[in-house]
Design a protein around this ligand. Structure first.
Ligand code: AKG
Length: 314
């Protein structure tokens, strides 16, 4: 009881954050540069940035079809991948088939199996193995050292830094959401994510779903739904209310859902505001091995709208 109340009490987070100075380094300066009188440990939400200019990333400002041709990184891709990347601004995602080789993915799967077997996997929220890139060279390598990060940097038009990796052995079954409610930025749109198929994933295995073009919709932040928080206290179950809000938007706008039936090594990259989630994992005899990388741009102010906390970065 006290524990769940404390989890909602914003000053408790501030006290914790006070001792996280290195993970929040540079935040005071970032606040100052946009004219906010705020300290690195304090609670923060989209409301704090109301009225400040929202600078858009290059492929939000203008279309990838016009801007990408001629780009050094873009020109390295196959014609099939180029077509996907050209549609980034319109769709809010790109599907890069067989982006990673069989060998690269096998190394990741071996590492994840070892983490699970030797009980060092950082399981959280039921189904998620968090931050495996800190324990596995092969995962770190895919996320940070190769072409994936380069293509993500090209799409967002800025330097990025890995915030987290998540590994799944089964479907997330996560309801439709935009990552910007969890990993929020000022200016908006400074998060980018990649989903990697670690095996073939078909409709019975809880595949990823998404709504093409939904990144063009307004970002839904705490003030846009009844989150139930007041003053020093966060709401009791704000995320349930958020999910209901998104469901209502999907219905009222008659958005068309697509399901990603992936092959091992395929990569799905998505925009900070693309609506997506995980389908029901109907056949539990089959696994759904996948991996997600979330990156923040290094220049942006990064925080978590739902819990109104600054993001602690490595
Ligand atoms: O893998 C999935 O089913 C969903 C993952 C997701 O929504 C996310 O990581 O943001």
């Amino acid at each position: 009881m006290i524990k769940s109340w404390l989890r909602r009490f914003k000053p408790a987070y501030s006290a914790y954050n006070f001792f996280q100075k290195s993970g929040l380094k540079g935040l005071n300066e970032k606040y100052k540069s946009v004219g906010l009188n705020k300290k690195y440990y304090q609670s923060v939400s989209a409301k704090d940035f109301e009225g400040l200019p929202e600078k858009k990333n290059w492929l939000d400002e203008r279309n990838s079809k016009d801007l990408l041709p001629g780009d050094r990184i873009f020109e390295l891709f196959s014609e099939e991948h180029k077509t996907e990347l050209l549609n980034w601004s319109d769709n809010g995602y790109s599907i890069l088939k067989t982006f990673f080789s069989e060998d690269q993915i096998d190394r990741v799967n071996d590492d994840v199996t070892a983490l699970v077997e030797n009980k060092t996997a950082d399981w959280r929220y039921g189904r998620k193995i968090m931050f495996a890139h800190k324990q596995s060279e092969s995962i770190k390598d895919l996320a940070q050292n190769g072409p994936l990060k380069q293509v993500m940097q090209m799409l967002i038009g800025q330097e990025i830094q890995l915030f987290q990796s998540i590994n799944f052995l089964e479907g997330s079954e996560q309801k439709t959401h935009s990552d910007s409610i969890h990993m929020s930025t000022y200016p908006k749109g400074n998060l980018i994510a990649a989903w990697v198929a670690l095996e073939d994933i078909d409709s019975e295995q809880g595949p990823l779903h998404y709504y093409p073009g939904s990144h063009h919709l307004p970002y839904i932040m705490n003030e846009d739904y009844s989150h139930g928080g007041k003053g020093m206290l966060l709401g009791k179950r704000p995320y349930d209310f958020y999910e209901n809000k998104i469901e209502a938007i999907v219905t009222s706008k008659n958005l068309k859902k697509e399901v990603f039936r992936a092959k091992k090594g395929d990569v799905f990259i998505w925009h900070a505001n693309l609506l997506h989630g995980g389908e029901f994992h109907a056949n539990k005899d089959l696994s759904r091995k996948s991996m997600v990388f979330h990156y923040y741009s290094t220049e942006a102010i990064c925080y978590h709208e739902i819990t109104q906390r600054p993001a602690i970065l490595d």
